[in-house]
Design a binder for this molecule. Structure first.
Ligand SMILES: Nc1nc2c(c(=O)[nH]1)N=C([C@H](O)[C@H](O)COP(=O)(O)OP(=O)(O)OP(=O)(O)O)CN2
Ligand SMILES: [Zn+2]
Length: 122
């Protein structure tokens, strides 16, 4: 069974490895929607897989690190593509929310996004 909670943030970035003169190389901003999925079984005594209050607390914590920031300045986000941001959010949340199953990140204005299912298991 899966549950999800989402949050929104706005941030600036640039893509350092875009070609010279390409707009992606200039600093610009986006609005992002992030959906975090948790997977597991509800506890028999509570019926909860994980209380949404716990999830909300962790999402607010990670949002604080991203919102109204220049993403390139954040350690691990020197190449702040959707792919890297999704994996970074996963790593930041995983210690507190070990039931994490998927991080979606959507950039609606560009009609694009990324879905990260976690590090590959060997
Ligand atoms: N696979 C990926 N490709 C690209 C990514 C990415 O994260 N993963 N990111 C970008 C840039 O961030 C780029 O800014 C996206 O731009 P674009 O789709 O051209 O949309 P706009 O910036 O024009 O969108 P707005 O409507 O102005 O927000 C490129 N490729
Ligand atoms: Zn961009």
């Amino acid at each position: 069974m899966r549950i999800y909670k989402e949050f929104f943030f706005d941030a600036a970035h640039f893509l350092p490895y875009a070609e010279d003169g390409h707009p992606n190389r200039r600093m610009h901003g986006h609005s992002f929607r992030v959906v975090v999925w948790l997977e597991g079984k509800p506890a028999p005594e509570t019926g909860l897989l994980r209380h949404f209050e716990d999830v909300e607390r962790e999402l607010l914590r990670v949002r604080e690190k991203l919102d109204h920031r220049l993403l390139n300045e954040i350690e691990g986000l020197e190449q702040p593509t959707l792919e890297r941001i999704a994996a970074w959010i996963w790593r930041d949340l995983e210690p507190a929310l070990p039931e994490i199953a998927c991080v979606e990140i959507h950039r609606a204005s560009c009609r694009e996004g990324c879905v990260y299912d976690g590090p590959e298991k060997v």
